[in-house]
Design a protein around this ligand. Structure first.
Ligand code: F6R
Length: 248
């Protein structure tokens, strides 16, 4: 795992944008696995700027998102399709038909999961998968569990995740209790992984992810077994790793 230690959120965002832009330049029709949440917003802003300046183009890029709340429509302002439109897709030259987010309203959840994995396979897998990390070490919405679940599936969100995400909803009760998430299979099959983290509140999850035992109770720890992970994090997020004497 290559670790880039950056001084703050802005520097982390810029470095992460460089890694993603390099992939797009190197492989214009690449398949990007994308994430939502607070962490990638600065990175997406930077990519939008470079796209507007003509430095990168998304014309041939295909994207698959990690997850979506079950029960939320694409237009719901807390849904992840909506997030992607507002934070990236509406501002760059990507073709709408080349973007995919799980359908939160799918009547047959099992069929939606199977179709999602089949779609990823039909693209030839993911070239670069972007991941944030949850406070509990989740990646996508793969929550702490006794096992790593391979395919895309529906997951019950933990109380900790519901608490963390309540900040975006009018009330905690409005946070959906379930989500579709890409499983560990397609994530680990990605050719390259870009893991990003910012802030002191992620320090423990980052430590467990990169220094802890490979354990499904910290789902991010499976990334230690992936051959090509680039982690970009700010000093606050790396503080526990640094304190443990690991050279980053
Ligand atoms: C989002 C996702 C989640 C987030 C994680 C961190 O699509 O899959 O795993 O990456 O919860 O979220 P933030 O960036 O909001 O701290």
């Amino acid at each position: 795992m290559r670790i880039y230690r950056e001084k703050d959120y802005d520097a982390m965002s810029r470095r992460a944008a460089h890694v993603m832009a390099a992939e797009i330049i190197h492989r214009p029709d690449c398949v990007l696995g994308l994430a939502t949440g607070s962490t990638p917003i600065g990175m997406y802003k930077q990519l939008i700027q470079w796209n507007k300046a003509g430095d990168i183009t998304f014309k041939e890029v295909r994207t698959v998102n990690l997850d979506e709340y079950k029960g939320l429509s694409p237009e719901h302002d807390q849904g992840y399709r909506y997030f992607m439109q507002k934070q990236l897709f509406d501002h760059v030259d990507i073709l709408p038909e080349n973007t995919r987010v799980p359908d939160g309203l799918a009547a047959d959840a099992d069929a939606e999961c199977a179709a999602y994995d089949a779609y990823i396979r039909s693209l030839g897998g993911i070239d670069l998968q972007l991941l944030g990390v949850g406070h509990n070490g989740h990646i996508g919405f793969n929550e702490p569990a006794d096992v790593f679940v391979t395919p895309t599936h529906v997951v019950d969100l933990t109380e900790r995740t519901i608490d963390a995400n309540a900040r975006f909803f009018a009330t905690r009760d409005d946070v959906p209790r379930q989500a579709f998430t890409m499983g560990i299979g397609p994530i680990m099959a990605a050719k390259k992984i870009l893991l990003i983290a910012s802030g002191e509140e992620k320090a423990e999850a980052v430590y467990n992810t990169i220094c802890g035992a490979v354990d499904p109770h910290c789902q991010g720890s499976i990334l230690q077994l992936h051959p090509d992970v680039v982690m970009v994090a700010d000093e606050a997020a790396l503080s526990k790793v640094i304190a443990a004497g690991v050279k980053v």
